[in-house]
Write a protein that binds this ligand. Structure first.
Ligand code: SF4
Length: 78
């Protein structure tokens, strides 16, 4: 899944092996993330929050499990 920032795509991934279910990503960006039955985050689907919100959610993750990359594959966060 990707979000758009200044016309460019930013790809969002969750490393579910790292996720400890802290749920702060869901609290900040509920249109992008939700928790599944294993208490791990997943990407919701159609709707997605704006870039700044997703970045804030990513930064809130205590185990840096939400990864943002630009169109070239370069990692933006963490
Ligand atoms: S903030 Fe990080 S650890 Fe917490 S649910 Fe989201 S991805 Fe998982």
């Amino acid at each position: 899944m990707y979000i758009t920032k200044e016309g460019k795509k930013i790809f969002v991934e969750i490393d579910r092996d790292l996720c400890i279910g802290a749920s702060s990503c869901v609290a900040i960006a509920p249109d992008t993330f939700d928790m599944d039955q294993e208490s791990k985050a997943y990407m919701v689907g159609q709707e997605i929050d704006d870039y700044e919100t997703v970045l804030e959610a990513s930064k809130s993750c205590p185990v840096s499990a939400i990864i943002l990359k630009d169109e070239t594959g370069k990692q933006i966060w963490p």
